[in-house]
Design a protein around this ligand. Structure first.
Ligand code: FES
Length: 194
């Protein structure tokens, strides 16, 4: 992650293990890692992306894809910058981005929980599983918990219908769920992070 030293202003790509403290390689100052460390240098990152794309409307989708890859979502100030670069109104950019399900406008939680609403899962009680998951996390689908730990999404078939009903947490499928089992799965992930 990109950090900027609070003492000397040096910027560097922090690769250390601690999530709380980092030592500046320039002046050895020990500083607390800010929670929003990933977005400290958004301007520099977006300029790198824009430099690689011609200033024409057809660059919009590739730029949005690279932006999402870089930040995990499309930050508002970055959309402003893209708008200026391509000379396209922000409303047009939002219009295009909202058309594609791949783009998001809020940061993702540490774990992404996808609840399958494909036919097999629907028949086997996906709605009940959704209620249980939403109750456990205290958010609705499409939202992220206040602690930034979970983002919840509704999706179509996850490709493992024989396990219906299924949820996917990050890259791991959890199938044959009941409401209780779904809660247990999430509590385990919560436990891993505490
Ligand atoms: S319908 Fe849910 S995995 Fe296929």
């Amino acid at each position: 992650m990109e950090l900027e030293c609070e003492n000397c202003g040096h910027e560097w790509d922090y690769q250390g293990e601690s999530e709380e403290y980092a030592i500046c390689p320039e002046c050895d100052y020990e500083m607390e890692i800010p929670a929003e460390a990933e977005v400290i240098a958004p301007q520099r990152d977006i300029e790198d992306i824009l430099d690689k794309h011609p200033k024409e409307p057809s660059s919009l989708i590739p730029i949005l894809q690279k932006t999402q890859e870089q930040y995990g979502y499309l930050p508002r100030d970055v959309i402003e910058r893209i708008s200026g670069y391509l000379d396209l109104p922000e409303s047009k950019i939002y219009g295009v981005a909202t058309f594609y399900a791949q783009f998001r406008f809020e940061p993702q939680g540490e774990h992404v929980v996808r609840i399958c609403h494909g036919t097999a899962c629907h028949v086997k009680g996906a709605d009940g599983i959704t209620d249980a998951v939403e109750d456990t996390l205290n958010i609705d689908s499409g939202e992220t918990t206040d602690d930034g730990m979970f983002t919840l999404e509704r999706v179509a078939c996850l490709g493992c219908c024989s396990l219906a009903p299924v949820i996917m947490v990050d890259d791991t499928a959890h199938g044959n769920l009941t409401r209780e089992k779904a809660k247990e799965v999430l509590e385990k992930y919560r436990g891993k992070n505490t």
